[in-house]
Write a new protein. Structure first.
Lengths: 193, 193
DNA sequence: ATAATTTGCTAACGAACGTTAGTATGCTTA
DNA sequence: TAAGCATACTAACGTTCGTTAGCAAATTAT
């Protein structure tokens, strides 16, 4: 009967690898380390995967997919740039808080991707960052936001949002939604009264 | 005659290592990679250094020293928390922008330190972060700042400041001081008008 | 019942890793 | 001029790396 409980070995491998890559880094995690966590021999891993890098690719591009998926609904009919930024921040943070380990790998280990994956990855990142820049531009044009350097501001905002993976604990008191709201509020309104 | 121009081999090694560690990560940089950049054999490195990790230790703890050194002057006689935060942000960002490569190593590679260095490092980080928390607490107590979760706010602010190493180009138009001012302003006043 | 798939093993490959030993050369200092 | 230090070499060490080949058992699908 048990539905959704059975996971095939490949999924297990990717899950454990995500944890290890997060804790030790991709380069410092050996296939023998990974095998040991799963209770098998290193060579046995290759019955399920093609290479070590394939695991990293899966993690990185699955996260990218999730970020783009979450973006849907951000640029809806509403016209306020602040509301859009709020929505975007919440959507973004929700993805991170629901995948803290995979997010850490996504943010820190992507440089170990080889071509053409690396190029694809960077192109997606550019695309994604461009969406935040557009919101900022809109806000400036409409007079909602201060006149700022859009790229600088985008980088600053995203760095705040992206850091979430480093401290968020799912078992803590804050829900992903609440984290997004608080971050969005701090970014939009600042610390001063 | 030439003063301050002559650098001994050990310094050269640390400089080149900083660049490589930044570009490829500590674990993915081999001693043979490093030797090649310097035009010597890998074994020759050991006439100057004790181990690969020693280089990482030097980078990390020199940066830590610089951050603490820069803090002097932040907690001066002035009483406004906003002014203190402004000073702290500028001081912090100045250190980063003047050492972007070493900062990247400092922020991303410290986990490869072994004990007792790792413990020392984390203790220093806690100390440093505590200083930012104190400014936030002061600002809340004095009514200058919104009532916020101090730790959450500290993490968010520092993540913005610390991301600077990833995009700042010394040859660009912004001076370190200007970057600090802009970041501090965004954090304190927010994006909205 | 049989075929196919999943899962795992042992053994081993060649390459790369950090590091040490021992030696040699040239520069700097006493 | 001698001593000492800085610098670099060749050769090699034992270990670990990612990965492949070939085989075997168990499970699943036809």
């Amino acid at each position: 009967m048990e539905i959704l409980v059975k996971k095939n070995r490949k999924q297990q491998i990717e899950e454990k690898a995500t944890t290890l890559f997060r804790e030790r880094g991709y380069a410092a995690t050996s296939m023998r380390d990974l095998a040991q966590v799963l209770g098998i021999e290193a060579a046995s891993l290759y019955s399920h995967i093609k290479s070590k890098e394939e695991i990293l690719q899966k993690i990185c591009f699955r996260m990218a997919d999730e970020f783009f998926e979450a973006w849907k609904g951000v640029e809806s009919e509403q016209n306020s740039a602040a509301a859009k930024m709020n929505k975007a921040a919440i959507a973004h943070v929700k993805v991170i808080t629901r995948n803290t380990d995979a997010s850490a790998v996504f943010f820190n280990e992507w440089r170990h991707l080889s071509e053409p994956y690396l190029g694809d990855f960077l192109a997606m990142r550019d695309d994604y960052e461009g969406r935040f820049i557009q919101i900022i531009k809109d806000g400036i044009a409409s007079g909602e936001f201060e006149v700022v350097d859009e790229k600088f501001t985008m980088l600053t905002i995203l760095s705040s949002l992206n850091w979430t993976h480093n401290w968020y604990k799912p078992e803590g008191s804050l829900t992903p939604e609440e984290v997004g709201v608080k971050l969005s509020n701090l970014v939009l309104n600042g610390l001063k009264k």
